[in-house]
Design a protein around this ligand. Structure first.
Ligand code: UT7
Length: 327
């Protein structure tokens, strides 16, 4: 049996920090540090510099993950990058990153599943490795989500930030990833979307569409579906692996809102000290949020070898999914 193990993690946040107090001065209708903290748990977010791209953030995180794994770029034979904010329409940001890292020939491609992108990307890489066709994958979640935000719209701008996280995955006879679970339901398109696009264009009118270049979200409705759906994916993962809730050592959830994270943790009966929360530090970084949180908890020594870790994500599409692994 070929398993897939996590052998290195890395992450990167851009230098510029935007606090809740900064946002109090920027939005059209009032917001406050107190409202943002109480409703989301977020204290600040990092914003890419004007000349800094998703690939720049991804490169920092990828190099850190390779160092942590003790591997060189030449040791990698698959690169999967999850992003909703690619540098260019094409080539893919994965191809740009491959070239930056001095790699050649092996497959490199982007995955677009918004906030679930990293879980999708890990799941895809795991299937390549388990099939025996590839040995070692670099999997990255990277976003400059700030570029999809109307910074005067308080209903969305307080929630998002920029960042990148990466992992190196390797074939092994020891577990490794136990299972991955992916889902989508495109019927929820209107609840969370950027209305414009390459094919549709940006000349779009409709209810609540102020500017089709930016993220539009019916937050409260997204919140309710997210809490229900994340509860279901946790249950599905436990049943598939014949595990009890108490068998899970660490929950590393998508970092969107501490109230969503708390609700999922309650369903797992997990105490707060077994749940990795970094959303207060960087807000929702979409596909980067899970690898950012994972890297923090691996580097500060919380997540140890042999422990069972559950990653779970929910995002635009809607898409959702989970990865259960022994670290
Ligand atoms: O990664 C997946 C993508 N997104 C998410 O997971 C986000 C999911 N949604 C959420 O996190 C929450 O729904 C929000 C944080 C977006 C909003 O929290 P809520 O508790 O669902 O608030 P609400 O939308 O029901 O709004 C409550 C009030 C409203 O005012 P009224 O109608 O009660 O007078 C909003 O207009 O809060 C108002 N409000 C704000 N007030 C101050 C909305 N945004 C703000 C703001 N500052 N930034």
């Amino acid at each position: 049996m070929i398993y897939t193990r996590f052998i290195g993690t890395g992450s990167y946040l851009p230098e510029k920090i935007l606090t809740n107090h900064d946002l109090e001065k920027m939005v059209d209708i009032d917001t406050s540090d107190q409202w943002i903290r109480e409703r989301t748990g977020i204290a600040k977010r990092h914003i890419a510099a004007d000349d800094e791209t998703t690939c720049d953030l991804a490169e920092h995180a990828a190099r850190a993950a390779l160092d942590a794994a003790g591997k060189k770029a030449a040791d990698i034979d698959l690169l999967v990058l999850a992003t909703t904010t690619p540098d260019k329409i094409f080539p893919s940001t994965a191809c740009l990153l491959q070239s930056r890292l001095g790699m050649k020939n092996h497959p490199a491609f982007d995955v677009q599943a918004v906030c679930s992108g990293f879980v999708y990307a890990v799941s895809i890489a795991e299937k390549f490795i388990r099939s025996g066709s590839h040995q070692r994958a670099l999997v990255v979640g990277a976003e400059t989500f700030s570029r999809l935000i109307d910074w005067t719209d308080r209903s969305t701008c307080v929630l998002f930030g920029d960042g990148a996280g990466a992992v190196v995955l390797e074939a092994s006879t020891e577990p490794g990833i136990h299972s991955t679970h992916l889902h989508a339901d495109g019927a929820y398109e209107e609840l969370l979307h950027v209305p414009g696009g390459v094919s549709l264009g940006f000349d779009i009118e409709g209810d609540n569409i102020n500017d089709p270049h930016y993220t539009h979200m019916r937050g409260n409705e997204v919140f309710k579906v997210a809490v229900n759906t994340l509860g279901q994916i946790v249950e599905e993962t436990l049943v598939a692996n014949q595990l009890q809730k108490s068998d899970i050592d660490w929950l590393v959830p998508h970092q969107a809102n501490t109230r969503i994270i708390d609700a999922t943790a309650r369903k797992l009966n997990m105490s707060k000290d077994r749940v990795v929360v970094t959303v207060d530090q960087h807000a929702n970084t979409s596909a980067a949020s899970i690898p950012l949180a994972l890297d923090v908890a691996v580097r500060d020594g919380r997540i140890k070898r042999g422990e069972k870790v559950l990653l779970e994500a929910f995002g635009g599409g809607f898409t959702w999914g989970s990865v259960l692994f022994t670290y």
